[in-house]
Ligand binder design. Structure first.
Ligand code: NAP
Length: 329
């Protein structure tokens, strides 16, 4: 594994909320019976000051596609009007092969906005098509820029783009007078590529693009105490955890040690490692307790020595999270 940078982050980097699990049966074992608990989680997160919520039009498996957006829209509408105001809900639109041309995402955008109850602050292209259909991407991005210029959505972001393509798209949007607000990529102690030298974090800093870290807990693996035996429910997570856990022991030990000395949950240490590198973690939440943990984590920061020790532990690992296959260069 290459060496992560030791660049300082910003204690003011917030923590956001991810909602992939809200509707996903395959990986996350979603059941509609969980909706009341998810609503309580959402309300707790908002009450404790979490403001950024990430979703996608492809979230929700099978007939539940779009469920995450629907739930988010419903939960937001149930808040008091003043609480609905200052949230930033960001969806991701998938560049499926049949979504083509400048207007190719317009209907998808309208459908997402409707599922979200008419409130959608940011639209993000879910992944780059550079690896398999490079010609598809630019017109789609022009279409998203149109949405911003027409005042239909406040801001525009990307997801799963590498540094070279990020620069290109930034230039394309700049020529349209549209600011690229954010880039979200997988980023955690088990996936530190974004913050390594030459990674997207450098480009984001240079071009003033907000860097968003998805799967900051490596699907929950980084929140598990070293030696935890009970596997999580769900086949794919169970297999991944079983493969990685025995080989990341030194990292888990260090996370647990920092958590003990600070008297905070281990998950909070992993989230704050992202913040220490300037990336806003969007953590998947399913319980009120997890929302409380996330909000509490945003009120303290790692010190330099803790960050450097975690950097070194991540650097020494023989394994990491699988990379997203759509990540462009
Ligand atoms: N752009 C993309 O392509 C992309 C890809 C993946 C994810 N994302 C976004 O990033 C978000 C977050 O990533 P993720 O959901 O993949 O994984 P994650 O945030 O790394 O892990 C989420 C899981 O960690 C566990 N967890 C959370 N808080 C905890 C705590 N305090 N203590 C113990 N365990 C805790 C929970 O597992 P349990 O619920 O089992 O307890 C939770 O479901 C997604 O929801 C999605 O919005 C984007």
């Amino acid at each position: 594994m290459a060496t992560p940078t030791l660049a300082h982050g910003d204690a003011s980097v917030p923590i956001g909320v991810g909602t992939w699990a809200w509707g996903n049966q395959f990986l996350w074992g979603y059941d509609p019976a969980q909706d009341a608990q998810l609503q309580a989680t959402f309300e707790q997160a908002v009450a404790l000051g979490l403001r950024f919520f990430d979703t996608a039009d492809s979230y929700g498996t099978g007939r539940l596609q779009g469920r995450s957006e629907r739930l988010l829209g419903r939960f937001r509408q149930a808040l008091a009007p003043e609480d609905q105001q200052d949230l930033l809900v960001a969806t991701k639109l998938a560049p499926f092969p049949w979504r083509l041309g400048r207007g190719g995402l317009k209907r998808a955008f309208e459908a997402s906005r409707a599922r979200l109850g008419g409130r959608l602050e940011r639209v993000q292209l879910h992944w780059s098509t550079a690896r398999y259909a490079p010609w598809q991407e630019s017109p789609l991005l022009d279409g998203l820029a149109d949405l911003v210029n027409e005042g239909l959505v406040a801001s525009l972001g990307l997801s799963n783009f590498g540094p070279r393509r990020l620069r290109q798209v930034h230039g394309q949007l700049q020529s349209r007078g549209v600011r690229l607000a954010s880039l979200q990529v997988q980023c955690s102690l088990l996936a530190p590529r974004a913050i390594e030298p030459g990674g997207v974090a450098d480009v984001c800093r240079e071009l003033d693009i907000q860097l968003i870290a998805y799967s900051p807990l490596a699907l929950g693996l980084l929140a598990r105490p070293p030696g935890a035996v009970a596997p999580p429910a769900g086949g794919v997570r169970r297999l991944l955890f079983a493969r990685l856990s025995p080989r990341i022991h030194p990292l888990l030990e260090l996370l647990a040690e920092i958590a003990r000395s600070r008297q905070v949950p281990q998950a909070a240490v992993a989230l704050n490692w992202c913040r220490s590198h300037g990336a806003m973690p969007i953590v998947g939440l399913r319980t009120v307790g997890q929302a409380q943990m996330a909000a509490a984590a945003s009120r303290w920061s790692l010190d330099g020595a803790e960050r450097q020790a975690l950097d070194a532990a991540a650097r020494g690992l023989p394994v990491g999270m699988p990379a997203n296959p759509f990540d462009s260069d």
